[in-house]
Ligand binder design. Structure first.
Ligand SMILES: [Zn+2]
Length: 175
């Protein structure tokens, strides 16, 4: 039973030539987006992935200021050159899968919610996810952990008793 897990990748999404998709947070921390997703692969998630525009919204800029492609000229993979006010927003609940078409969430009904990571590239954005856990199973796993703790405490108590009785033997000898 895997426990509760969360994923937050926030910042500038970018790719160095031929490299993996990375994200750099405002404090300069770089993370590998694919590695982060890989960690959650096959698990049921509540996930949101979206562009993160300036606040307040820069109405005159592509994607409200989240798009770095505007500076480079006339093309953006998210289509900001055609629709400057577009903001990518994908959210849903499903099992995280990696297919030939890229990453997606497979819903309970069997449909796929696509995650167009290429539209994140060159943008400020965020991917956030939490694992959906089975509370009953979690209770089971927690109680087994608790039982282990109790066992460990029992061993420690036994050791303490042994040490104490040894000490008593010693002090008997002294007095
Ligand atoms: Zn853009």
């Amino acid at each position: 039973m895997e426990g509760f897990d969360t994923l937050v990748v926030e910042g500038l999404f970018y790719r160095e030539e031929g490299g993996p998709l990375l994200s750099r947070s405002v404090d300069g921390k770089v993370s590998n987006v694919t590695e982060q997703l890989d960690r959650m692969k096959g698990r049921e998630l509540q996930l949101a992935m979206h562009h993160l525009p300036d606040y307040p919204l820069a109405a005159n800029r592509w994607g409200g200021g989240c798009c770095l492609w505007q500076a480079t000229g006339n093309y953006c993979p998210a289509g900001h050159h055609e629709n400057p006010s577009f903001l990518l927003s994908v959210s849903g609940r499903g099992v995280l899968r990696q297919t030939e078409d890229g990453w997606c969430l497979e819903t309970f009904e069997g449909t796929h919610i696509g995650m167009p990571l290429n539209q994140m590239e060159g943008h400020m954005g965020r991917i956030a996810a939490v694992t959906i856990i089975d509370l009953e199973k979690m209770k089971d796993s927690m109680s087994s952990v608790d039982l282990e703790k109790v066992d460990t405490l029992g061993v420690q108590a036994k050791q303490l008793q042994d040490i104490l009785s040894q000490l008593q033997e010693l002090t008997k000898g002294i007095s």
